[in-house]
Design a protein around this ligand. Structure first.
Ligand code: S3P
Length: 425
């Protein structure tokens, strides 16, 4: 696809439901007693993977008007075939935590991108709890084979902040004897803690440590707010394109996810957050970003897990800011749907950006004039959407080799972009 639009972006939109919360609503609903009714669920391929997986385990997921209803099985059953998680790391890692305590054999796999992503980080703690797990290439990457066993609670210390790994261990902990606790070096997104609490599970949070004891969640109602990680593409475009003003209504503003807003403010964008309210345990608000002259900033340390998925589009925005933007402590970007540091670094450089790559980040000199470029999207939705934003700044065509990956998280990305920024005819 060739993108060739001209800004500014103007208007008010809603973006589809938060991907992290959507996965959890389906999966936790499948573990619960009684049904879970979900509104605002993300209808995208990653969440379809979780829906198919819980169906294999015996739960039923159906649509009733605006609601998606998850009806759990009395007890989950051993899957009768391999579970294909597609492109979705969250599906694979969270399911590993559930399957570790389920009697029987399970095999989790995914597409070529997911089969390159690390799984030792879930294998090690789940083995310590008593499950048997093996994976390809010396336990490095999927397929992941799990033989569920009776589990014992452990205290686990994560080397890297990761909500997926934290959640896998906590989910295993719901079936383990005794207490299970996870300590992170920095706080990652806390949707699991919030939703489990909303389902009646006593989750204890003490600083950076989260603990659970054996418990079965109770079905509940979940209302999923708009995904800040999807909104980020439009908010960053609005911040950097003169004359823009974009409002995203009903967007999730859970403080473990709003690093993006802090960085936009630090760069000088005008950000307003209105009508903040909490529904089903998750805060949301109407967020407006207006364009301003942007200055470079530093993004490092504890903020990284609060904006990890927004870093590719922030790298694009940094090309438009005056000065040297530095991103550090973001080595995790190399093990996402693609090596996002390499992918964005190479692609932005080809488009004319001045940047230096580090093992754990980059430095970008701005403002730079971006130009026409051909992009290999590498099965990575966020690379594709970030470069569609880069095109707006370039004002010249950007050619994306494959945009089908966008359907994993944000199938309505281009229609919403059209609504905010009509295509030149
Ligand atoms: C997610 C956690 C993050 C994030 C991913 C979704 C989640 O990954 O990058 O897109 O839903 O828990 P890590 O837990 O690997 O940091």
């Amino acid at each position: 696809m060739t993108c060739n639009r001209r800004g500014p972006l103007r208007g008010a939109i809603e973006v589809p439901g938060d991907k992290s919360i959507s996965h959890r609503a389906i999966l936790f609903g499948a573990l619960a007693t009684g049904e879970t009714r979900v509104t605002g669920l993300l209808d995208a391929e990653d969440v379809h993977a979780t829906r198919r997986a819980v169906a294999r385990l015996g739960a039923t997921v159906s649509q009733e008007g605006r609601e998606v209803v998850v009806t759990p099985a009395e007890t989950l059953r051993e899957p009768d075939d391999v579970i294909d998680c597609g492109n979705s790391g969250t599906s694979l890692r969270l399911l590993a935590g559930v399957l570790a305590g389920l009697p029987g054999l399970s095999v989790l796999t995914g597409d070529a991108s997911l089969r390159r992503r690390p799984v030792r980080r879930v294998i090690e703690p789940l083995r310590r709890m008593g499950a048997e797990l093996i994976a390809r290439d010396g336990d490095r990457v999927p397929p992941l084979v799990i033989r569920g066993k009776p589990l014992t609670g452990v205290k686990h210390e994560l080397q890297v902040a990761s909500a997926q790994v934290k959640s896998a261990i906590l989910l295993a902990g719901l079936r383990a004897s005794g207490e299970t606790s996870v300590r992170e070096p920095e706080r990652s997104r806390d949707h699991t803690e919030r939703m489990l609490r909303g389902m009646g599970v006593p989750v204890r949070v003490d600083g950076l440590t989260v603990s659970v004891t054996p418990s079965r969640p109770t079905g509940t109602r979940v209302d999923v707010p708009g995904d800040i990680s999807s909104a980020a593409f439009f908010l960053c475009a609005a911040a950097g394109l003169p004359g823009s003003e974009v409002t995203v209504r009903n967007m999730g503003v859970n403080p473990t996810r709003t690093g993006l807003l802090d960085v936009l403010r630090a760069m000088g964008a005008e950000v307003t957050v209105a009508g903040e309210r909490e529904v089903a345990g998750e805060p949301r608000a109407d967020v407006t970003v207006r364009a301003s002259r942007l200055e470079a900033t530093e993004i490092r340390g504890e903020i990284i897990p609060r904006l990890i998925d927004e870093l590719p589009v922030l790298m694009v925005l940094a090309t438009q800011a005056r000065g040297r933007t530095v991103i550090r402590d973001a080595r995790e970007l190399r093990v996402k749907e693609s090596d996002r540091l390499a992918a964005m670094g190479e692609t932005l450089a080809a488009a004319g950006a001045r940047l230096e790559l580090f093992d754990d980040g980059c430095a970008i000199e701005g403002p730079a004039r971006l130009g026409e470029v051909s992009v290999t999207t590498r099965l990575d939705h966020r690379i594709a959407m970030s470069m569609a934003v880069a095109q707006l700044f370039a004002g010249e065509p950007v050619h994306l080799d494959d945009v089908s990956c966008i359907a994993t998280s944000f199938p309505s990305f281009f229609p919403l972009l059209d609504a905010l920024c009509p295509r030149a005819t």
